[in-house]
Design a protein around this ligand. Structure first.
Ligand SMILES: [Zn+2]
Length: 448
């Protein structure tokens, strides 16, 4: 068994959904043989986009939305060794964050098999914003999400600093998408006007400079307010440098990256179906990729999360789309862990300890789930992954659980896959076969 900073060979006893015993004589109804396997704490993917039935219905007229709900998302998560997800919960136009949270809570309760928590997305600043954030925190939703790529919420927007401060005071973490909306608007328009609006130019439409500008402002905001901020899907060496400096100052700046930036580079956009790689920020250079791997090993990055935002291949390749309207996001719940293990642990870039921190322990601490999640200790939820470090499989998105139907890693041979997965004591993947039950997932209340 492997937990952050600790490895040993031991029997694990589980009762009533919790870990109750390590080693020594034990009896039980059911036994899993983990010989030759690693026993890891269940993965925590703090950044996913799953769509409950009510949201799918409400957005039907506005066109397409991501294709996984909490059920298909749960199966994808388990197959990748993830037992808890943090979902981005978007209010519809004119709707409050609380109403959006109520909708996702009901939808997830009905559909999810994975355990979940929610990040309400702040889409507008009003005089009620600070009260709403505090009320959500009191209800166990101790985080909010802000998109600085949204022209209504740029880092300099009046009221944003107050909202982030209010979140910090309430004990909530503010998640930030760091790309400056002003820069994006100009670069996107320039490309379209100069006849380079096709998606193969997507990386140029969202330059590293837009990410750096946003993070610079965010770090300044944290320095003034001391409110903690979590930067989602950081993508570039320059952006990581800014965060490293801020952290060295002792500022509460936390960093997530996502698999896309670890495994792929912007040259992919030259492929005929390059639009399938679109995510924001875009794929970057090999130098950025190398810097992120070094950042993982050095502890400058806290988490690797999927940003699972799946579309069908046809929706991604829609020829009417351009650099501005391109559909952002890819399916990655099932591949996040195995790709990080294969390219990270098996390839010698990160240690097994680091893998467990990045995929479970750190997210549990940052999001208020620890020690119930993210650790294997007596009294913790029995979320256990029996991981086969030798198993090799070639990725084929058509056979995976996401309804996306393709993977950006199609054809990659990957070493290290979950064999069986146990969520709160219940087998949800057994020797590679799905055994989860719809609606068995639990919401994890998060204290301030
Ligand atoms: Zn996202």
């Amino acid at each position: 068994m492997v937990t952050p900073g600790h490895q040993e060979i031991a029997d694990v006893g589980v009762s009533a959904g919790q870990i109750v015993q390590f080693g020594g004589p034990m009896t039980g109804d059911e036994e899993f043989d983990a010989g030759g396997l690693l026993v890891l704490p269940g993965g925590i993917d703090a950044h996913v986009h799953l769509v409950c039935a009510a949201l799918a219905e409400a957005t039907k007229e506005r066109g397409s939305i991501w294709v996984d709900d909490f059920w298909s998302g749960s199966l994808a998560a388990f197959a990748g060794g993830i037992t808890t997800v943090g979902n981005m919960t978007f209010p519809l136009p004119g709707e409050s964050m609380a109403a959006a949270v109520a909708r996702d809570m009901a939808g997830a309760a009905a559909e999810a098999a994975v355990d979940w928590f929610l990040h309400p997305v702040l889409t507008e600043l009003t005089e009620r914003t600070e009260t709403e954030i505090a009320a959500l925190n009191a209800d166990g939703h101790a985080s909010i999400k802000v998109f600085l790529s949204d022209p209504r919420l740029m880092a300099a927007t009046p009221g944003l600093a107050e909202a982030v401060t209010a979140a910090g005071r309430a004990g909530s973490l503010t998640l930030m998408h760091c790309e400056d909306a002003g820069i994006l608007e100009r670069t996107g328009q320039e490309l379209i006007e100069s006849g380079r609006g096709a998606i193969r130019h997507f990386p140029d439409s969202r330059p590293v400079g837009a990410e750096v500008a946003a993070i610079d402002l965010v770090v300044g905001l944290v320095r003034q307010t001391d409110a903690p901020v979590y930067i989602v899907h950081l993508s570039s060496a320059a952006a990581l440098d800014l965060c490293r400096v801020a952290r060295a100052e002792g500022l509460p700046v936390y960093v997530e990256t996502r698999p896309l930036y670890l495994h792929l580079t912007k040259e992919r956009f030259a492929e005929p179906d390059g639009a399938k790689y679109v995510g924001a920020p875009p794929l970057r250079s090999q130098a950025d990729r190398d810097a992120l791997w070094r950042g993982l090993a050095a502890g400058d990055i806290d988490t690797v999360c999927s940003d699972h935002a799946p579309w069908s291949l046809a929706a991604k390749l829609d020829p009417t789309l351009n650099v501005v309207t391109a559909r952002q996001g890819v399916a990655d719940l099932e591949t996040l862990g195995p790709m990080l293990f294969s390219e990270g642990v098996a390839a010698g870039r990160i240690t097994l300890d680091k893998f467990v921190e990045l995929t479970s322990g750190n997210a549990a601490r940052l999001f208020g789930l620890y020690p119930r999640k993210g650790a294997m200790t007596v009294g913790a939820d029995a979320d256990l992954v029996l991981w086969d470090p030798q198993q090799r499989k070639t990725i084929d998105g058509a056979t995976m659980r996401s309804r996306s139907g393709y993977s950006v890693y199609d054809g990659w041979t990957v070493q290290g896959w979950p064999r069986s997965v146990i969520r709160r004591g219940q087998a949800v993947l057994r020797d590679g076969t799905d055994t989860a039950r719809r609606g068995d997932g639990a919401w994890i209340r998060r204290p301030a």
